[in-house]
Design a protein around this ligand. Structure first.
Ligand code: TLP
Length: 344
C-alpha cells in the first residue's frame, strides 16, 4: 500500500541532487567560520533576500529564538500573533531561555495583525511596563491556512516598527511559498525587516536547517546566540550543501504543491461531513473542519492512516494536510477517494 504523507512538508526525503551535493560537500569547522559550503549557503540566502549577511541554524525554532534573543534583553517585550508559531509551538522558549515577554494580539483570519492592535500594544515609557523592542510577523502563516501576506502589508508593519523605534522579525519558514503564491520576489516581502528566518526543510525538501538573514552587525550577535543555544555545528557543510540545492532548484516548483493543495481542498469541500472553503487555500496548507462527520480528529486520522493516508489532527475537529515534494495529483485523487469511502 502506498503511504501518502500529508502531515507536513517537513516529512520529505532529500532529492537525489541533494544527496549528491551532501556526499561531495567541501567542509570545515563552521564555529571557526571555516566551512566553505555553509559560508556559500549563508551568502546565497542573504543575496536572495537582499540582506547583508546570513546565519545557518539547525531549525526554524532555533532561528526564531536566536533572533528574539538578539533583538531583546530580559524583560523586554515582543509583539506577536496569538496563532504564531513562535508563540504557539515553541515551548515559550523566548521566555524560558531569554526572559522575553510575549505580548500577543489576535491574528486576523489571513494571518495578519491589525494595525490598530499593534499600535495599541506598543508600550509607552512607564516604570510599570516592560519595554517593547520587537514586532514579529509570520509569512506564510501556518495556523491561518498557510496564508501568504502581501508586500504592502509587510511594508506597513515595518513602517509602524520604525516609527516606534522597534525592530521587525519575519518568521519566513515558508516565505518562498508566499512569494510564489503572490507572484512577487521573496526579497520584496521582507524589504524592511531587520531579521528574517527561512526554512530549508519545509517545502524545499532539504533534510535540516534554516537561515537567518539581516545586517552584518545583527548576524554577528545572532551567531553568539546560536552558539549558546548549542547550535555551533562544526562540519555543517554536509547539511548546507542540501540547502544550496533547495534554494537553487526547489523554489519554483512550490506552485505544484499549491495546485495540489487547492484541488485537495476542492475535493474535500464536496465530501459529506467535511467543511472547508477552497478559496482560503492559497499555498500548501489545508485545514479541514470535520465536526459534521461526528468523528473526532484523532479517530479520523487513524482511520485514514489505515488506508495509507496521513493527515495531522490540529484540534479536536480539525485535520491538517500539507502538500509537499512527494505528493502528486494522483495522490490527491487517491486521498479524496479514501475520504469518500470513509464518509459517504
Ligand atoms: N512547523 C511545523 C510544526 O512545528 C507545526 C509544521 O509541521 O508546520 N515557523 C513556522 C511558521 C513553522 O511552521 C515551523 C514548523 C517553525 C517555525 C519551526 O521549524 P522547526 O520545526 O524546523 O523548528
Amino acid at each position: 500500500m502506498p503511504i501518502i504523507d500529508l502531515r507536513s512538508d517537513t516529512v520529505t526525503q532529500p532529492t537525489p541532487a541533494m544527496r549528491r551535493a551532501m556526499a561531495e560537500a567541501e567542509v570545515g569547522d563552521d564555529v571557526f567560520g571555516e566551512d566553505p559550503t555553509v559560508n556559500r549557503l549563508e551568502k546565497m540566502a542573504a543575496e536572495l533576500l537582499n540582506k547583508e549577511a546570513g546565519l545557518f541554524v539547525a531549525s526554524g525554532t532555533m532561528a526564531n529564538i536566536a533572533c528574539q534573543l538578539t533583538h531583546c534583553g530580559r524583560g523586554d517585550e515582543v509583539i506577536l500573533g496569538d496563532q504564531s508559531h513562535a508563540f504557539y509551538y515553541e515551548q515559550g522558549g523566548s521566555a524560558a531561555l531569554g526572559g522575553i515577554h510575549s505580548r500577543t494580539i489576535p491574528n486576523q483570519p489571513d494571518g495578519s495583525l491589525a494595525f490598530h492592535d499593534i499600535e495599541a500594544a506598543v508600550r509607552t515609557d512607564d516604570i510599570h511596563f516592560p519595554r517593547t523592542k520587537l514586532i514579529a510577523l509570520e509569512n506564510t502563516h501556518n495556523r491561518c491556512n498557510g496564508n501568504p501576506i502581501a508586500v504592502d502589508y509587510m511594508n506597513s508593519v515595518a513602517e509602524i516598527a520604525r516609527n516606534h523605534g522597534l525592530k521587525l522579525h519575519v518568521d519566513g519558514a515558508r516565505l518562498f511559498n508566499a512569494a510564489v503564491a503572490l507572484g512577487v520576489n521573496a526579497r520584496d516581502l521582507v524589504a524592511d525587516a531587520d531579521s528574517v528566518s527561512i526554512c530549508l526543510s519545509k517545502g524545499l525538501a532539504a533534510p535540516a536547517g534554516s537561515v537567518v538573514c539581516g545586517m552584518h552587525e545583527f548576524i554577528h550577535e545572532a551567531r553568539r546566540a546560536r552558539k549558546v543555544l548549542g547550535g555551533g555545528m562544526r562540519q555543517a557543510g554536509v547539511l548546507a550543501a542540501a540547502g544550496i540545492v533547495a534554494l537553487s532548484e526547489m523554489i519554483e516548483r512550490l506552485s505544484a504543491d499549491h495546485a495540489n493543495a487547492r484541488s485537495l481542498a476542492e475535493g474535500l469541500a464536496n465530501t459529506k461531513g467535511l467543511s472547508i472553503n477552497p478559496d482560503n487555500v492559497k499555498t500548501n496548507i489545508v485545514f479541514v473542519d470535520i465536526v459534521q462527520s461526528g468523528m473526532p480528529a484523532q479517530v479520523m486520522a487513524e482511520k485514514l492512516d489505515q488506508q495509507g493516508v496521513r493527515l495531522l489532527p490540529s484540534g479536536p475537529n480539525t485535520l491538517r494536510a500539507v502538500t509537499n515534494y512527494h505528493i502528486t495529483p494522483e495522490d490527491i485523487g487517491y486521498t479524496l477517494k479514501v475520504f469518500s469511502r470513509l464518509l459517504e
